[in-house]
Design a binder for this molecule. Sequence first.
Ligand SMILES: *Cc1c(COP(=O)(O)O)cnc(C)c1O
Length: 397
Amino acid sequence: MDSDAAPELGFASLAVRAGQTRTVEGEHAEPIFATSSFVFANAAEAAARFSGALPGNIYSRFTNPTVRMFQERLAALEGGETCIATASGMAAILATCMALLKSGDHLVSASGVFGTTLSLFNQYLSKFGVATTYVRLSDLSAWETAIRPETRLFYLETPSNPLMELADIQALADLAHAHDILLVVDNCFCTPALQQPFKLGADLVIHSATKYLDGQGRCVGGAVVGDQQRVGVDIYGFLRTAGPTMSPFNAWVFLKGLETLRLRMRACSESALQLAQWLEMQPAVERVYYPGLRSHPQYELAKRQQNAFGGIVSFDLRGGREAAWALIDNTRLISITANLGDAKTTITHPATTTHGRLTPEERERAGIGEGLLRISVGLEELMDIQCDLERGFQRLA
Ligand SMILES: *Cc1c(COP(=O)(O)O)cnc(C)c1O
C-alpha cells in the first residue's frame, strides 16, 4: 500500500496498513531489514546521499526501512506529522529534552510521572542547568503558578501511575501556548487507541513502546511524535548523533503490535472496568482508583478525553503492606512483575517496587500507601483473574 493514501483511512485500517512499502519481492507482511548499512550504485550517489542532496538510507543509526514503517504507522495513529523511534521510552524522553532544552531552561512536570523520568530530570538534566518544578497533575492553577520566563516545557502522563489521576490536556495546552511553552504528553497508558493528545492541543507525544504498543511484553522501545521541525529535524538530529536508535527487529515487533492495538486496548479496558467494579464491592478494599468508575473524581473528564478507560486498576487494601503482600502471594495466575501493558495480567506493590526509592514522606505526599496495589489487566478471561484474587481475599477475611 502507498503510505501517501494513509491519512484518508480510519484508525483500524491505519493500524494495519500505514507505513508499509513493498520491495520487489512482493512480500505481504512487512520485512525486517537486518542491515546496519546500505550500498550505493556509485561514488557520486554515495556523495549525494551523504550531502543530503539525495534522500535515502545510509546507515541504520540514521534510518532503517523497518523502523521507518513503525514510525509512519505510529505517526498516523497519533495524528502527528512525523515520528522518531528510539531504543526505549527513556531514550525518547532524553532525546526530547536534549534536543529542545538548553542550559538555563526550566520545565514544569507533573509530580506523579514515571519514576525513572523523575530521576532523569533530577539527577541528569539538573547537571546541565535545566531545572524542574513539580506540580500536581490535576491542579491547573499550580501549573500556571510554576511558570517562569525561562519555562520551555510542560511534561505529563495521563492517567497517572499508579493512582489514575487525569490531566485536562486541552486546558493545559491552552495555558502552555499562552506562555509559548510546549506541552509534552507521555501517552503510554492510553495509547492513541484511547486518547489522541494532538487533537486536544498537545505539541509532542512520547511513548514507551515497551508497554501496550508491543502488548506482549517482548521488546524495549520508545518513540516521539510531533511536528516536522522539532521531531523530524531537532530530535532526529540528536538521535542520529547520540545513538539510542531502535533496532529493526524491535521495530518489527512493535509494528505488528500496532495492528492489534485497538482490539487489545478495548478488551483490557472492558475487563478492567468490570474488575474495578468488582473490587469496589470487596470488604477488604478501601478504595479503587479507576477513571471509569463513577466514584472517580474525574469520571466526566475521562469520558470526554478518552474513548475507554484503559487497563490499569489500582486499589487500597485495608491492612497495609501485610495484606497487600498476602494478596500478591496468593495469586497463581497473575504475574508478579512491575511491568504493564502485557497480554498477561500483572500485579505490583508500588510502595516497595516502582516507588520504593521515594522517602516515606514523598510516598505519602504522592498518595502511595502501604496497602496500595496496581493491576495491569491483560487478556485472560476476567473470571480467571477474579478467581485468582478471590483466593487472596478469602485469606484476608
Ligand atoms: C515504562 C515507562 C516509561 C519508560 O519506558 P522504557 O521503555 O522502560 O524506557 C516512560 N513512561 C511511562 C509512563 C512508562 O510506563
